[in-house]
Each structure stands twice: as C-alpha cells, then as structure tokens.
Design a protein around this ligand. Sequence first.
Ligand code: PBG
Length: 322
Amino acid sequence: MDRTRRLRTSESLRKMLRENHVRTDELICPIFVIEGENICNPIESMPGINQYSVDRLHEIMNQIVEAGIVSVLLFGIPAHKDEVGSAAYDEEGVVPQAIRYIKSHYPEIVVIADVCLCEYTSHGHCGLVKDGIILNDETLPLLSKAAVAYAKAGADIIAPSDMMDRRVEVIREALDNAGFLYVSIMAYSAKFASGFYGPFRDAAHSAPGFGDRKTYQMDPANGKEAMNEVEEDILEGADFIIAKPAMAYMDIIKEIDNNFRVPIVAYNVSGEYSMVKAAAANGWIDEKKIVMEIMTGLKRAGAKMIITYHALDVARWIEEKR
Ligand code: PBG
C-alpha cells in the first residue's frame, strides 16, 4: 500500500469507494411555530429561518415535502409565558395545534416534538425555579404532561431537551399510562452547556433571565460524563440518543457509536448554522461544499440522523447531484 493514491484516480472510482453518504431520509428539519396569525418572521441571527404561525405552516411544510424530507422537529413560541411554563403543556397550545395541522395535512411526515419549559417560562429556564435554584423532581410532572399533550395531538416522537435527571423514565411511564406505547423518545442525552445555542435563544425567545444552564446541561470539557448520561437515558427507555452541539463534539458522537447500539442523532445547532451562513454571506467559504462536508463528517463520526437548519438546502443539493 505504498501508493494509496491509486484508489483516488477517477471520480467513478472515488464514488465506488465512498464509505459514508448523506441521505435526505436521515435529515430532520427544525421548525419554530409561533402563536398568532399570519406570521412568518425571519430570525435575524439565523438567515433563511423563520418563525411560522400555524396558518402559514404550509409554506415551510410544502417545501419540506417537495425536497423529500420526511421528518420535522417542532419548537413552540407561546404568546404568554409564566413562572411555570403553562403553555408548554396546554393541550390547545401552539405545538399541539401545529402537530394536529401537520398530521392531518401531511400524514406521512414523522413529527418530533421538543419537550422543554424554557420557551414557555418567564425566567427562561428549562425547569421550575425556586430561590434561584432550578428544581429537578418538581419539573418532571410538567414535562410528562407536555409529552402526553403532544402525543395526544399526534406526535410520533417526543424529544426532551430539558436535561432534568430521570425525565426519560417519567415521560416513558406517562406515555405508557396514557396508552401511547408506540410513541418513542428521542432524548437529548449528551447535551452540553454551549455558546452555540445563542441564535436559537433569539429564535425561541428562551435565553435564561438570570444565571445560565450549567447546573443542568453538561460541561463542554466532559466526555465520560456524556457516556453516563447516554447510558442512563437508554436504561430509562430512550429509543434514540441526541448529541448536541455536533461539530465541536464529534468525538462524543463517535464514542456513543462505539459503546451503544441505539440510533444516534447529531444536532447541528443554531450557532453552527449561523457561523456558516455568515461566512458564506461574506464570500469567505463555499456554503454548499462546507455544509455537505459537515454533514458527511457527522455521518462518518457515527450519526444515523442529523437535525439541521440546513436540511432544505442539503436535500436540494442531494437531489441536484442525482
Ligand atoms: C431547549 C432547546 C435549546 C435548543 C434545543 N432545545 C436551547 C437551549 O438549551 O438553550 C438549542 C438548539 C439550537 O441551538 O439550535 N432547551
């Protein structure tokens, strides 16, 4: 093997030897659904991404279906927030309405509903707050209530992103008790306290009003701890595992892949998206080349699926190539 370049001599040969592929079927497109009517708000820090009210959801859903994408991840932005995040578990809230709309008009789409309180609480934390402390066990029933409300509306998959301990266990139990044995759980297990979520917090109006999320999200320096979180969530009943953010954490994806057999989902988060968009807008990078390289890298690291704001572009680029 002194001449490894022999295997790179033509595009056809390179195609034959390609180890990893990005497939449209494996893309998950995040959508921000906002309460109200006739809204399509561009998010300034995420060029190309909008918040949609339910009555205009068809604008993005038609593009998704057209592009061949089969799955969406929903985030809700309520009209009113309160201390206990009531709008998160209101059966008539914006996310249940969006789920019902999508399920009735696009029944083949796999609907994933993010479960968390931060978009719904006035303090912007992912759990209940008392004396400046983010409460764990007191938050769990509210997360379960949200999960059941979304399942009732027709969600296929529940994705808890709050990082409270034992939430997968209580959500599984609540879903089972409500008869939703086949609604699965995609747990944000390896979720780090990251600066890369900045643009999302603009998009979802969910920045914490005080302090930070470091008492519940993981320290970016820790890899072994992530494996503990993953193991725990699998034991509690997680069907899929999310690693998030993606790019600065590819070793985590690889490590999960080496140690566990559940499908791994890489979340290519808002800050990763916006960095690429900003550099591309300045003409400093080739957006398509860079995005496809990132997607391929995530597959190579071991991701089965990828949640990405680039989903529509990626799907179109894959189609173009065929
Ligand atoms: C809610 C949640 C966040 C993201 C997904 N779910 C924000 C956060 O934890 O602060 C971030 C996604 C992104 O940056 O694209 N807990």
